[in-house]
Structures are given as C-alpha cells and as structure tokens.
Design a protein around this ligand. Sequence first.
Ligand code: AKG
Ligand code: FE2
Length: 277
Amino acid sequence: MSASRHTVSYTVLNRHEALHYPPEFEVHATPEELEAFAATGYLIRERLFQGEALTRLQDALDRLEAAEWDRHRRNPPKDRSWGIILRHLMDKDPVFLELLKFPPVLSVCRAMMGPLLRLRGLSARISFPGAERQETNWHQHMRVISNPLPPWFSQPHCIDALIYLDDLDDDTGPIGIVPGSHAWLDRHPDHQVFASIEGEQVIRVPAGSTVMVHGNLWHRGMPTLGKKRRMLILSYTPTWLRKSPHGGSPPPDGLTQQVLEDCDEETKELLGIGGYS
Ligand SMILES: O=C(O)CCC(=O)C(=O)O
Ligand SMILES: [Fe+2]
C-alpha cells in the first residue's frame, strides 16, 4: 500500500551548523491525513508491511522471544498481565535497526513534530491466550503533564507507531482508542480500568498494519483470547525529550552503540546525540 505523498521543507531558525535531515522531504501522507492525525491523534496504515518485509519482522521477534523467554516468564503472574514486553530491539537484531529511518513512519513524524527528532524506543509486546488474561489497562505514554498547566509548560509530543505483526481481531485482541483524547491536558485515564469507556473506538486491522498514535492518546490493548499476538512500538519524540525510561539500560555492546562509532549525522541525531541547543 502506498499512501499519497506531498513535499514539506523546513529550516530551523537561527541555526548555523548543517542540518542533519533533508531540508526538503517527501511525506508519506496527504495534508488532509496529517490534519486528521492532528485532530484525532491517530492515523491508520493498513498492510504497511507485507510479504518478506513482514516475515522478517515476525521471524526476528520470534528469535528474540525465544532468547528472552526465561528472563520474562521466570515468575509468571497468575491471573492477569500485559504479556511480555521486550525492549531495546534495535540493539538486538539488525532487522529491527532497519526501522530507524523507515520513511512511511519517520516522514510523518517529521511532518507532525518538526525535523529535529530522536528515537524514543523500539519495543515489542507479545501476548498469549490462556488462563492468565493478557490485556492492557487504559493508559497514555507521556505521563508528565502538570496540573494546573503553567503558562510556559512544554507539552511533550511523541508519536508511537504500533506495528501489528498479526491480524488484529477478536482472537488476538483489537486496540481501543479514544479519538481526540491526546489533547486532553486536564485529565488522565483512571488507573486499572480494563472495560470500555465513553468515546472508545475499537480498531481491527490485518497483519502488517500500523496504527500511528500521539503518545498521549488514551488507549488499551484488548484481551488476547484465541491466538498469539505480536506487536512492535516504534516511537519518536523531538530531540530535546529523553528516551524511554522503561526497561533499564540498553545492552552495553548493543548494535546502536556499534552504529554510532561510524554513522552519518542524521543517524546520530535519531539515536539521541545532539539536535538541541
Ligand atoms: O498491544 C497494543 O495494541 C497496545 C500496547 C500498548 O499500549 C503498550 O504496550 O503500550
Ligand atoms: Fe500503550
């Protein structure tokens, strides 16, 4: 599937060194789609990964699941969990590293948040059917909003590309979102709520589809009841936000460290070096 495209060009005012991104780039979306994304907080790309591109991601995640299984399931919870969450994926398999500059996601992130972006993280959530109910409560990702809002509060923006490696249906568990909720800066989802809430929209998409969401969109992963469900979360923020605090430190000899030893400036910026003043 190829989305209609248009061109965007940015300069950054009063910045004298060379820019580390193409000043003019093709956005994999129409202006109308971006406008709708800004208003609703989500953008669906059906079958963004197909054929071998999808199989490669599925196989890489299966390898990682096997390698880390014991670590994550040594003391399994009895009744309910999110399933397993694997972190720092770009440090662990070159297949995942290929997603760092994936234009259908990165170009949309740059069009929405500006040219100076960094990776917040690439992680995976895998959930299984069984006696232990695996689903997520309602939540949002950027939990740093002050109440009341100070006049010069910096609202954190983040885009999470939720990449579904299996069909998202009632067997695997759809995703529930509340359109527009990313703009609510005066409230948050009640803790440990798993049931439907007012305004929920339930999304079911085929394997390989990606649902891009603003990091503060209220959402929940509905229960995995019949079939294993694999998903990736590819996240970007402006360069001046910090990387994901979850999952501890990356592996010391990880792939991104090796890449940083010899890479272009854009890659450095995306991996968190520089891009602010
Ligand atoms: O599995 C999903 O569809 C969403 C998962 C999620 O919200 C998360 O891991 O933060
Ligand atoms: Fe989430």
